[in-house]
Design a protein around this ligand. Structure first.
Ligand code: SAH
Length: 248
């Protein structure tokens, strides 16, 4: 199964001390459809303990990339989201996990996104947080708010998955083999739709009122695949034919 927009999302673990946590994080993210694991200065990696804790997510571990600094791991990224258990003295823009997931999905549709997780004992440094656009804090008992890093990965990737695909990813989400409609196919579809809407006098090109833009926004949100866009084109063609017949 392929969670297409997640191809643009990387999970970055900074200076993880316990190799077991790297494995557990790989397992956590794979369950939520994420595969891109970036490691910044892991203490030990690769490592049997990581593989053991990955429990079947060893493909994610095998594909993990290792970097010497967070900045390098963020190359090519637009949106960078840090995570922290603490409220910091200097306020970074804080998001809750749901708001974070919305931002991530929005952005992943057009560019690269990083979710950054810190060291077990001390989290992310302020210099590392300076590289982040926003920081997410998972709400927890204030007296015991520091989660295991893999647990934090689980929660954040879970929210991203739910925001992208709802409660049942099999139903609403990933298609197995059909590629998304291309930009060209979408442009042809919009032209066709516009033509028909003019014919049936739903759309007056002299008073456009942002109708096409709104419709484009709607279809961009849905990301139709090639089969789906063919069905829609078929409906438009039949509707055109019906209109023509009626007018003859
Ligand atoms: N004292 C550290 C705790 C580190 S826990 C701190 O303030 O961040 C290790 C990592 O797990 C953190 O760097 C963060 O990436 C993640 N994490 C743990 N608890 C979290 C929480 N409540 N909200 C968001 N991220 C959390």
């Amino acid at each position: 199964m392929s969670f297409r927009i997640f191809d643009n999302i990387r999970v970055v673990l900074v200076a993880t001390t316990h190799a077991g946590n790297i494995g557990a994080a790989a397992r956590a993210m794979k369950g939520m459809g994420h595969r891109r694991l970036y490691l910044v200065n892991p203490k030990t990696f690769p490592c049997a303990e990581a593989t053991a804790r990955a429990a079947g997510a060893d493909d994610v571990l095998a594909g993990a990339q290792v970097f010497g600094s967070l900045a390098e791991a963020l190359a090519g990224c637009g949106l960078v989201i840090g995570t922290s258990a603490r409220r910091r003295s200097l306020p970074w823009p804080m998001l809750d996990p749901v708001a974070c997931a919305r931002r991530v999905i929005q952005e992943a549709e057009i560019g690269e996104v990083a979710l950054v997780f810190g060291r077990e004992r001390t989290g992310l440094t302020n210099e590392e947080l300076d590289l982040c656009n926003s920081v997410v804090r998972i709400p927890a008992d204030p007296a015991f708010n520091s989660l295991n890093v893999a647990a934090a990965v689980q929660i954040i990737t879970y929210e991203v998955m739910r925001t992208a695909y709802g409660n049942d990813p099999m139903e609403t989400g990933p298609r197995e083999n059909t590629p998304l409609a291309t930009a060209e196919q979408m442009a042809q579809f919009y032209e066709h739709l516009e033509r028909l809407m003019i014919k049936i006098e739903f759309f007056d090109p002299d008073k456009p009122r942002r109708l096409m833009r709104r419709l484009k926004r709607l279809f961009n949100r849905v990301q139709p695949d090639q089969n789906e866009i063919n069905i829609l084109r078929g409906i438009l063609a039949s509707a055109e034919k019906a209109v023509r017949k009626r007018r003859n």
